[in-house]
Design a binder for this molecule. Structure first.
Ligand code: ADP
Ligand code: MG
Length: 236
């Protein structure tokens, strides 16, 4: 089976500083893949490089039958590879509705109205607050908005970069339930998380990135079953 996302030997970084040291990673259609690793391991840099927001030095990124190596982020979005970046990054001075509409700027514009209804059905709170400035929403609501904005583009693969970061325990539960539901609805998800236990519970497969390289890839059970791996990479 050809993978939906197939990253091979990807290298990249900032200026002359190498961060990604030859990363191989695959996500299959409909699969939930957890990308774990300590702070500074290179997870966000990997996302940014795959999405065309950071330059790839070498290696290949294939997605949905296309070669997206070195592609502009607009082409990446058009292909249906949608990233919800770390730290939410909603437009604070725009309303909830305007933020959502921007999600359909590059892709699925003609189905904006239907998708808006779907997002409002998934996040009733966003519907209630459609006129509110995004910057005045709570952290959890902004995270929901960021995900809703991603869904407006009809993702084929959704990359979520630390969606539970900074949320209260209750909201973390809610967030994981939502992510599970997206996957159950058939969406492929690459989930970057510090919340290792909960991520491994819902993931089909996992990768551990350490110092810009993949140190483990396999089934969540396999990762959790090894004391050595748990201690070395998960702090469990
Ligand atoms: N914009 C940037 N400019 C320079 N270095 C960066 C930048 N963003 C991240 N880095 C560095 O790249 C490395 C990987 O960071 P990052 O990809 O954010 O890790 P993670 O998401 O796994 O915590 C770190 O050493 C970090 O300091
Ligand atoms: Mg990060």
């Amino acid at each position: 089976m050809t993978a939906l996302l197939d990253i091979q030997a990807l290298r990249g970084g900032y200026g002359r500083t190498e961060v990604l040291r030859g990363v191989d990673l695959k996500v299959n259609a409909g699969e939930m893949v957890a990308l774990l690793g300590s702070n500074g391991a290179g997870k966000s840099t990997l996302n940014k490089t795959v999405c065309g927001l950071c330059a790839a030095w070498s290696g290949t990124v294939r997605f949905d039958g296309r070669d997206l190596s070195g592609a502009h982020y607009r082409e990446v979005v058009k292909a249906g590879l949608i990233q919800v970046p770390e730290g939410r990054k909603v437009f604070p001075n725009l309303s909830v509705l305007e933020n959502l509409e921007l999600g359909a700027f590059t892709r699925a514009r003609e189905r904006r109205a239907q998708n808006l209804e779907r997002v409002f059905a998934t996040f009733p709170r966003l519907a209630e607050r459609r006129g509110q400035h995004a910057g005045t929403m709570s952290g959890g609501e902004q995270q929901m908005l960021a995900i809703g904005r991603g869904l407006m583009a009809e993702p084929v693969l959704l990359i979520l970069d630390e969606p539970s970061l900074g949320l209260s325990p209750l909201l973390v539960e809610e967030m994981f339930a939502l992510i599970r539901k997206l996957r159950d609805d058939g969406l492929a998800v690459l989930l970057v998380e510090q919340n290792v236990g909960q991520s491994l519970e819902i993931a089909d497969r996992a990768y551990v990135l350490e110092n810009g390289a993949v140190r483990f890839s396999g089934a969540p059970d396999q990762l959790l079953a090894s004391d050595e791996l748990r201690r070395a990479y998960l702090g469990l």
